[in-house]
Write a protein that binds this ligand. Sequence first.
Ligand code: ADE
Length: 257
Amino acid sequence: MAPPALKGAPLPATPVNTILLVVALQTEAAPLVKDLKLEEDTSGLFPAGVPWTKFSGEYKGMTVHLVTPGKDPIHGVDSVCTVPSSLLTFSCIQLLKPDLIINCGTAGGFQAKGAAIADVYLISETSFHDRRNTIPGYVEYGIGALEATPVAKLLSHLSLKEGVLTTGDSLDHVPEDDIIMKNNNATVKDMEGAAIAYVANMLSTPLIIIKGVTDIVDSPAPTDEEFLRNLHQAAHAVQAVVCDALDFLSSKTLSDL
Ligand code: ADE
């Protein structure tokens, strides 16, 4: 069964004035903040106690906000995974009313699908692989497949690879995940994308997902070592593609994408 398209497709002729970049890791955010000359917003926009960060600026006639889930207040590491990114995205759609969201960052890639280190993918569809529930009806709910916002002209302009993203809350994967990731037809694997797509779809906000490959999921190399070794290279590859995407988006409407 084909996954449902994002609510509201085809896209309306709304000008792309405000863009929200949702980024999980500080290392992924840093090159974008620098290149786009974004300034940190310390005005207290978010509720007291949340660790989220926001950097904003004007870029080629558009207002660009980059948000991260920030450092976990207890453990002091980046707040990765589906819960922080969902809360952040939900809140930022309410507060900032973006015309378009871009979730960008790093991911594992499947070499069986042609992925290599530092490849950058535009995501065509999102699913989850770790929400297992065999009760009738809940199997499909758990997978939660959603088609991405259609952006064929952007894809062809950027000459990117396109692939399906599978999301789970673990960096590693158990055999049950492997079966579902294969069924999901995944080319890339991350820890946030499908959750952000769930929120964007619920609130009818167009979403583009751009992911750079740090590690090969279907290889025996330890994921954590490979991830850390390639993180900066992949983050810079993503930053270059996101800047090219923003250049394309300038002066466009959603229906031009
Ligand atoms: N981010 C980067 N590599 C990843 C992987 N292998 N799994 C989940 N998220 C990732």
